[in-house]
Design a protein around this ligand. Sequence first.
Ligand SMILES: Nc1ncnc2c1ncn2[C@@H]1O[C@H](COP(=O)(O)OP(=O)(O)OP(=O)(O)O)[C@@H](O)[C@H]1O
Ligand SMILES: [Mg+2]
Length: 243
Amino acid sequence: MNTKAPLLEVEGLHVAYGKAEVVHGVDLQVQAGEFVVLLGRNGAGKSTILHAVSGLIPKRAGRVRFGGRDVSQSSPRDIVRAGLVQVLEGHRVFGTLTVEDNLAIGTYASARRSDAAQLERMYDLFPELAARRYLPASKLSGGQQQILAVAQGVIASPKLLILDEPSSGLAPLVVDRILAVAAELCAGGMAVLLVEQLVEKALRHAHRCCLIETGRIVAEGSAQELRGSDVLERVYLGSHTAA
Ligand SMILES: Nc1ncnc2c1ncn2[C@@H]1O[C@H](COP(=O)(O)OP(=O)(O)OP(=O)(O)O)[C@@H](O)[C@H]1O
Ligand SMILES: [Mg+2]
């Protein structure tokens, strides 16, 4: 039993778009160095939870603590500076900028300045970026752009990296690679909160999983516990997500 205060602690989170509430009281914790996966069907509210945690959309109610500090009312910029970085769904990189300039943007988010050592660390982790550092990002394949988006998040050495469906639209090998790098960084002490539709791939790396259904956490446990549970089958019944 881990008795340390969690790195991320979400309590009683409610989020609405206009009058329509889509997240109905979510409690979620991530410990330092932990790999947590959020699973759930399309529209379950996974991205909404992540956006609210990162301060990108308002919360109707609830509290978010990060690194022992209440960040419920903090700006996205302050949350990033506290060490919580989210890689958004889709390959959001700046196509006209070079790979290296895109990476440099990632360092602006951190309190630290961009320096050569940070860039070299990314090129060691992601050799496919090293080979293309002076190319405009638009010349990269979809998979390479997603790797760049992840590197852009990782370069600031966050305490918690949030990845929202990094696999979407990518070849299985690229997905494996992104998840393996996330797991490796996690072993080095960074916590990961991952939303993923490829259930089996995500469970392979997870220390803990939370199952979301229509804005609520309906089950939580280790990968092994969830694999054997009826609730996982129920949530994904009829969907083509196992891989
Ligand atoms: N900007 C928005 N305005 C209004 N409703 C929204 C908005 N974004 C999401 N929703 C609705 O909120 C609910 C939760 O959406 P959300 O994007 O959080 O789900 P998700 O679990 O991330 O789904 P997916 O797996 O498709 O990414 C859905 O019913 C969705 O239609
Ligand atoms: Mg989503």
